[in-house]
Each structure stands twice: as structure tokens, then as C-alpha cells.
Design a protein around this ligand. Sequence first.
Ligand code: HEC
Ligand code: HEC
Ligand code: HEC
Length: 463
Amino acid sequence: MGPGFRWGDRMVLLSPWRKPGSRPFRGVDQTAGINKMRPLLQEFGFPTMTSSMFLAASISMLLSAAPVWSQDAAETPTDPQVAKGLYLAQAGNCFSCHTREGGEPFAGGVAFVTDFGTIYSTNITSDKSAGIGGWSEEQFIRAMREGYDAEGNHLYPAFPYTDFALITDEDLKAIWAYVKTLKPSTQQPPANDMGFPFNQRSLMSVWNALFFNGAPFKATEGKSAEWNRGAYLVEGLGHCGACHTPRNFLGAEDESRALSGGTYLDRVSAESYRAWSAVNLTSADDGLKAWTREDLISYMKTGHSNRAGTYGPMNEVISNSLRHLTEADLAAVATFIKDLPPIERSKPSGLQAAELREGDTQYTIHCGTCHLPTGLGSTPGSELGPPLVGSAVVQADDPASLINVILYGGQVPQPPPPKGWTTMKPFGNLLDDEQAAAIATYVRSSWGNRGGVVTAADVAKQR
Ligand code: HEC
Ligand code: HEC
Ligand code: HEC
């Protein structure tokens, strides 16, 4: 484990906005947005609303460390409806968000830390009082699609009902059939820790009115059935946009830049969070242009491809969700993603060779053996290091994940991919902030890559 990175500590910060006392995010002008929004908020009857009140509840993300679902080792359900529901629940990754480290499966208690307090995921086992065993199918479908609990209270969008709204009736019924079979657990999540007025769930009606349309999935005409299946999985159940789509100033996904890269925070310890960039998945130069469909399928299935190995929060997405998908569904996801029109997010730094000399030297000393002086990576088969030329992580508008892999190395998921890269070691103790920044700037400015300058302060933020 790299210094400060603890797999046991899985938590997610839902908001891209800063926590009180933490550093602001790069590139998000919080106050500007809120001020613009103020008249609208007042109209809704919230004259004293601050950014935190809304924002916080607005984002949801899974996390990195975490329990791994061993359902594939367990018996496959015999009832076809339940088996279908199990598969869909894997596609939706219910497990990761509803199972806390050391807790019973699906019994909730995973903390989602937001600007205005902490929300805990609920127990969704079939226990009648602690879980949702007493719910009707209608209540379940309403929760998934509209974000209400059984009593009609609003749920917070830390639970991605904004994406789940796209799930068809038929699929929701299958998921419900499966959820009803979950072994009852009496485990109670801790009470949410939110002060007034943030604990007023009714505030969500305003947010929903602004950002949630709840329309069902509609197939796009002129696109193949496979493409539409991919769209359904990516935008609905798979909720890739929860991490990979940038958020607007009130924490809603910015659909005009869908899947072009987002930032979120992962909890490292009780008081500290680390930012990650979830890369641009569109076919942009700073996105997945260099990836073939096969690279993408292999990455989702095994955590490894000729282009990259998973090393951060994608571990959990792959281990608990994507690797369970059928070849046909993974192919559909890849078809949809490879067809995303390019949205370029990064600009070339424009730096000249002389300005890159320090980074060039440090790169040669520390990185070149595996990623090669050309940045092209090792020849397939030697598995020393993936290409950095055309890498979405290297070129991301927000360099957080690039800095993380330099400081903390690659964190290989458990179980490890059957075929994997040799793990990259952490450089956090070998490089000071200036050196790490020089290397990051060098790889972003070389071999045709695009990406802004990384400063020592950017690196310090990730320590
Ligand atoms: C990104 C994290 C995340 C994912 C993925 C997720 N949930 Fe949740 N879920 C939550 C959180 C957090 C809550 C609590 C929200 C609140 O209290 O307002 C919740 C609440 C719920 C509720 C309401 C329960 C109650 O007692 O009010 C249901 C039902 C539910 N989830 C089912 C599911 C199912 C089924 C899946 C998989 C298809 C799933 N969730 C996937 C985070 C998640
Ligand atoms: C919990 C947040 C989260 C979710 C949900 C998520 N991702 Fe990611 N993704 C990341 C982060 C962070 C990275 C950066 C590298 C890593 O974590 O290994 C990433 C990287 C990637 C990469 C590029 C890997 C590389 O190294 O260049 C691909 C491809 C990808 N994700 C696809 C997906 C798809 C498809 C989905 C939806 C099925 C998805 N992701 C859902 C956070 C997420
Ligand atoms: C021992 C070989 C090795 C060395 C030395 C090494 N890396 Fe890596 N690097 C890897 C491997 C292997 C991966 C794939 C992730 C994993 O499985 O650990 C990787 C992943 C990466 C990624 C993510 C690429 C992507 O698109 O997902 C970046 C960026 C990166 N390395 C940069 C660097 C930099 C900068 C240095 C020097 C400070 C460096 N590496 C040194 C082996 C190495």
C-alpha cells in the first residue's frame, strides 16, 4: 500500500465541492455559480440557502477500497427471474454502495460524506424492520426511479436514482425479485449526521425540480440495438456518469459534457480525502481515442488491457460490477462508448524542450525503463508498463489521477486480473513535489500529448 492509501477505508465523498476546511477544487468557481443561482433559490423559498445545502446531497460515488462481492462463487439462483435480478444488481453495483467494510452484504452503513453532513446507505436486505423486506414492489420501483422511500420521503442523490430512473419496469421487477431473496440482516446503518436544515429531506424537491427529469430510457433511432443496449447500461444501471461526467455548480451532472471526465474525492482517513479524476471516456485525443473496442472490453472484464491497468477507484467498479457482465453486454458498452463524439477537455501546454528538461531527466531516471523513452510502453507480452502516449489519465484536464499513480503507485484489485501489468511502485517518497510536478508536466507535454502544466502545489494537494 502506498503511504496514506488504505484499502480498508472505503468511503466516498459525494460532493465535488470542498468540505469545510479542505482545499477547494481546481477549476470550480463555487461562489460564482451560487450567486447566479440565488434568485432562483429564493423563488423556491430558500432565501438563506448556502452552497452546501444543495450541493452536498447531490453527488454520488462509489469507492475504491472495499469488500469484494463473492456472489460468483455462491450458488446461482434457480428461479430465472431472481437470476436475472442478480445479474442486473451486479450491473448496477448495489453491493459496493450498500456493503460496508466488515459488514453484512447489502446491510448498508457505507458513509457518504457531503458538505452538510454524512449520509449512510441503507440496509436493503429482506429484513422486515432493518431492511426493506416489508416494502411492496411498487414502493421499490418508486424508490429506484423517483427517489422516495416507503414513507414518501425524498432520498438523497448519493443514491443514483437520477440514473436508475432509466431502468425499465421489467428490469426493476427482476431486481426486486432478487433483492427480496437477500439474506435478512438486522444491521442498522448509523443515523445520518446532518444538522438542520440539511436534514430536511423536503429540500430535495427543489433540486429534483431543477435537475431531475425522470424520463424513461428511449432508444435512439438510427443506432443499432447493440449501441442502444450500451447506452442503457452506461447511462442507467451502470451509472458511469456519476464519476465520469463533470458536475455543475449544484452538483448535477452536466449533460452537455457527458462522460468527458469528472472529479471526485475518495476518503483516505477520518479527516482526509484524496481527489481522483475519472477520465474523459469520449473519443477525444485526451479521452479514449487511442483505445480499441477490444482494449475497452478487456479492461472492463479483467482490469487489464494493452492500454492500461486499473489502479484506483475503477478497481471496485470492475471487481464488483463490470467483470460480471456478459461478453455481449460488455461489447454493447464498448460500442456505445467508442461512438461518443469527442469532447476535448485539455489544452496543450505549449512548453518548449528547454522548459521540460528537468522533467525529461527525472522521467528518464524513474519512469523510462517501463514506459520507455518514447512513452510507447513496453511491447505487449513484457507487461512492464502501459503506453503513456495518448493516455487519458496522463492528459486529463484535472491531473489528480496522474499525480496519484506517481505518488502511490498502482493498487491492484483483489482478486488480481488473471493477466496483469507488473505493479507500478509508489514514488511518493523518492520524488519531492517539484520533481513529481516536473515529470507530470513532461509526460503531458511530450509525444503529442495535451495537458496543462502541473505545479508543485497540485502535487502537494494529493499528498
Ligand atoms: C453510488 C452508491 C449507490 C449505488 C450504486 C446504489 N445505492 Fe442504493 N442507496 C445509496 C444511498 C447512499 C442510499 C441512502 C439514501 C438516503 O438515505 O437518502 C440508498 C438507498 C437505497 C434505497 C432506499 C432504501 C430505504 O430504506 O429508504 C433502495 C431501495 C436502494 N438504495 C436500492 C439500491 C439497489 C437495488 C441498487 C443497485 C441496483 C442500489 N441501491 C445501488 C447508494 C447507492
Ligand atoms: C467510482 C467512480 C467511477 C465509476 C462509477 C466509474 N469510473 Fe471509470 N474511472 C474512475 C477513475 C477514478 C478512473 C482513473 C483510473 C482508475 O481508477 O484506475 C477511471 C478510469 C476509467 C477508464 C480509463 C482507464 C485508464 O487508466 O486510462 C475507463 C475505460 C473507465 N474508467 C470506464 C468506466 C466505465 C465504462 C464505467 C461505467 C460502467 C465507469 N468507468 C465507472 C472512476 C469511476
Ligand atoms: C516497474 C515499471 C514502472 C515504472 C518504473 C513506472 N511505471 Fe507507471 N505504470 C506501470 C504499470 C504496470 C502501470 C499500470 C498500472 C498498474 O497495474 O500498476 C502503470 C501505470 C501508469 C500510468 C497510468 C496510465 C493509464 O493510462 O492508466 C501513468 C500515468 C504512469 N504509470 C506514469 C508513470 C510515471 C510518471 C513514472 C515515473 C515516475 C512511472 N509510471 C514509473 C509500470 C511502471
